[in-house]
Design a protein around this ligand. Structure first.
Ligand code: NDP
Length: 310
């Protein structure tokens, strides 16, 4: 029997996803009728990206799950019309992309690369950076992405501390949780990487008080979500030198408005929400696997806890 799968995302996404999805469903042995346009009451599964027009899930009377295309679910998790399971995206390609982006920016800061890239002016700036083993790095968020980045950085010999809601045990990583754990994690963070989801609990977690806990001149790298940081507090901390540099990939408003002070700030690097993307081939496999599970009566992978918000 075939299942009707609605692709509720922007049309340009459909162009890149339709062949990988067809291939992945066929590999899973699922006969899927995939379309961007299906009568709501005949849809069995919804592949969803929050920037699609779909906001009201009520008419999807027989749908069994919403399969989010992105890792972050803050735009859909609180939707009152959504009463069926919501799965988020965990995708090898997305994880690998994040590891590359985070590692690259961490190494840039660690090695002081800007000094030489921006300083081609005849001045011999002979500053020897410490070894990675003398540069403590902290990650807030030790989930799919945070753990992969933590392990990659530990593999380069950085002493890595990770902080999460529940205490983790990851070989080679100092794992902390709770308020006291946060204070400890921040107090050693010469490089701080934010890979938390945006929830009521994590919004503004980086604020004047928590910034003051960090070692003077620390670097912040935020590929998580913009509202994790209180922007005004960050600008103030950059002004005093408490924070040496911030590399920001995500913002409260995206695209970041041209007049925003981050753009022109010499201690801020803005990247346009490109830290990592869901990759069509690998993510299509995850979606097809979840539909197969749904049809076989097996538990879905990567279900979102609606109470926790991630
Ligand atoms: P996961 O859900 O796998 O991990 C989230 C982590 O955050 C977990 O370790 C979780 O703790 C921790 N956490 C959640 N709430 C709290 C809290 N209140 N206090 C302490 N720790 C908390 O998510 P992913 O790793 O897959 O993704 C993380 C985020 O990265 C996404 O939500 C998204 O916002 C962002 N992202 C950004 C991209 C970009 O291109 N810029 C691309 C993809 C994702 P616990 O382990 O105990 O549950």
């Amino acid at each position: 029997m075939s299942v009707n799968v609605l692709f509720a995302a922007l049309p340009e996404r459909w162009e890149t996803y339709k062949i990988p999805l067809k291939t992945a469903f066929s590999e899973q042995g699922v006969d899927a009728n995939l379309s961007m346009d299906l009568p709501a009451d005949q849809v069995d599964y919804i592949i969803y990206a929050p920037n699609s027009e779909l906001q009201d899930f009520t008419p999807f009377s027989r749908a069994r799950a919403v399969l989010n295309l992105w890792a972050g679910v803050e735009d859909v998790v609180g939707n009152d019309t959504l009463r069926i399971p919501l799965a988020r995206m965990v995708d090898d390609g997305l994880t690998q992309g994040m590891v590359e982006w985070v590692t690259g920016h961490a190494l840039r800061h660690h090695l002081g690369m800007d000094r030489h890239i921006l300083g081609q002016d005849g001045v011999w700036r002979k500053v020897i950076p410490p070894l990675a083993s003398d540069r403590p790095v902290t990650l807030l968020g030790l989930g799919e992405l945070g753990q992969a980045c933590a392990l990659a950085l530990a593999g380069l010999d950085f002493p890595v501390t990770g902080w999460s809601r529940t205490t983790k045990s990851v070989e080679g990583i100092t794992c902390l949780s709770g308020d006291e754990g946060l204070r400890k994690a921040l107090s050693s963070a010469e490089i701080l990487i934010l890979l938390l989801p945006l929830t009521g609990e994590t919004e503004n977690i980086i604020n004047a008080e928590t910034l003051a806990l960090m070692p003077p001149g620390a670097m912040i790298i935020n590929p998580g979500r913009g509202p994790l940081i209180d922007d005004h507090a960050l600008l103030a901390a950059l002004e005093t030198g408490q924070i040496g540099h911030a590399t920001l990939d995500v913002f409260r408003q995206e695209p970041l408005p041209p007049e925003h002070p981050f753009w022109a700030h010499e201690k801020v690097t803005v990247t346009p929400h490109i830290a990592s993307e869901t990759r069509p081939i690998t993510s299509a496999r995850v979606i097809a696997e979840n539909v197969r599970r749904g049809e076989a009566g097996e538990p879905f992978l990567y279900l979102v806890d609606r109470n926790l918000g991630y």
